[in-house]
Design a protein around this ligand. Structure first.
Ligand code: GUN
Ligand code: ZN
Length: 427
């Protein structure tokens, strides 16, 4: 058994729905055994469970659950912060050339190592990840995640049209690639496969039909795609699918809208479509830094939540501008400000932890430090920079300190990252 004494903060429920959602232990104890949480609470109440186990004293630090990134692109690490274009031009000018390089297994392997290290450096312990069109990109990523016993879900991008030569697949090759990736990797360690149509513009009707068939044939496999991100993208989608009632219907009529489906962005969706996503049990990945960076728009989080849609937070690197989920929460607050709604700090932390877990249909396994959960957790140093030390010591309210942390934080606050009880990153 392992025992850690520190302040502990996690969410037991959605704080917008439950008054008892926030669990904070100023002097807390976390007990871990065989990769799972045994107990978590006040030190005074749990200390008799410790027995002979040495207690590591981390007083002054804050333990939280690992963060969950519900939308990120592995082959875009090298084009983060590319100047000058909105979505469709950005894809052509920056993204597709960068992704083409992942045809080379050596490049994919090197980038996968960097990518997984960068997730852990930022405290991200689970991610739902887009690969490139190349099967080998996803294999490289799975290899790195498996070596660290990380809970990670990924899929190869499906794109059989409207992409440069060398970066397209076909219905037949993509079906074969997915079947082999699912057979080799889905359920291995803590890995999962996601059927990954890039977006409606890049997939023919036949390829979306095939994607729906593969999804139906493999219960437990996830689905991820993009939805209603940018006005020009929405108009082009409508022109390509004239029979569909709307953008969401393009995916729905191909059997791609279900309880393990995650739709990135949804910036331009409104009431009735949120209701359809909620009814299907599908989730949205809210990606504020990406939506601001590409000028896509302001996601109406309050409206999505009012309709009961599950929402997680996504960095969307490389359109997103940081790997830090904490920093992404600070940007989510600013998006809310521009819409006249202030995101509550505990709601923000929920999106990054238990809410993200539920968005991935993994709420029974990860997302907080309740007994039985997988022991993916962080040790945060709230004095990691002089400014943080000054700001966070000068405010006694937990809510205000958490808020300031999200606005000011970056990877420097993540002192340690544990995956299934094993230390995998130390600053
Ligand atoms: N839509 C289709 N592909 C992409 C992508 O790579 N990034 C973002 N942000 N949107 C997309
Ligand atoms: Zn994306």
């Amino acid at each position: 058994m392992q025992a850690y004494r520190a302040s502990i903060l996690h969410l037991l429920e959605d704080p917008t729905k439950s008054a008892a959602a926030v669990a904070f232990h100023a002097d807390g104890l976390l007990l871990v055994e065989d990769g799972h949480v045994v107990a978590c609470g006040d030190y005074a109440g749990l200390s008799e469970l410790v027995g002979e186990t040495p207690v590591e004293d981390l007083s002054g630090k804050l333990i939280t659950p690992g963060f969950i990134d519900t939308h990120i692109h592995f082959p875009q690490v090298d084009i983060i912060a590319a100047h000058g274009a909105q979505l469709l031009d950005w894809l052509e000018q920056h993204t597709f050339p960068a992704e083409a390089a992942f045809a080379d297994p050596g490049h994919a392997a090197e980038a996968a190592r960097f990518f997984v290290d960068e997730l852990l450096r930022n405290g991200t312990t689970t991610a739902l990840v887009f690969g490139s069109v190349h099967k080998g990109s996803v294999e490289a990523l799975f290899r790195e995640a498996l070596a660290r016993d990380m809970r990670l879900i990924a899929g190869k991008a499906l794109m059989d049209r409207n992409a440069p030569e060398g970066l397209t697949d076909t219905v037949e090759t993509s079906r074969a690639d997915m079947e082999s990736l699912i057979a080799d990797w889905h359920g291995k360690g803590r890995l999962g496969y996601a059927v990954t149509p890039r977006f409606a513009i890049s997939c023919s009707d036949d390829q979306l039909t095939m994607a729906g068939e593969v999804l139906a044939a493999h219960p437990g496999v996830w689905m991820q795609t993009h939805l209603a991100e940018n006005p020009r993208e929405i108009a082009e989608t409508a022109a390509l699918f004239p029979d569909a009632a709307d953008y969401l219907d393009v995916y729905d009529r191909h059997g791609l809208v279900g309880p393990r489906s995650v739709f990135a962005h949804c910036v331009h969706l409104r009431g009735e479509a949120f209701g359809r996503l909620a009814a299907a049990g599908s989730a949205i990945a809210f990606c504020p830094t990406s939506n601001l960076f590409l000028g896509s728009g302001l996601f109406p989080l309050d409206e999505a939540c009012a309709h009961g849609v599950k929402v997680g937070i996504g960095t969307d690197v490389g359109a997103g501008t940081t790997f830090s989920i904490l920093h992404t929460l600070g940007e989510a607050y600013k998006v809310g400000q521009l819409r006249g709604t202030a995101l509550d700090p505990f709601h923000a932390l929920y999106l990054a932890t238990l809410g993200g877990a539920r968005a991935l249909d993994l709420g029974d396994k990860i997302g907080n430090l309740a007994p039985g959960k997988e022991a993916d957790f962080l040790v945060l140093d709230l004095a990691a920079t002089p400014l943080l030390a000054r700001r966070l010591s000068g405010d006694r309210s937990l809510e205000n300190r958490l808020f300031a942390l999200t606005v000011l934080a970056d990877d420097r606050v993540v002192e340690r990252t544990y995956l299934a009880g094993v230390l995998r990153h130390t600053r």
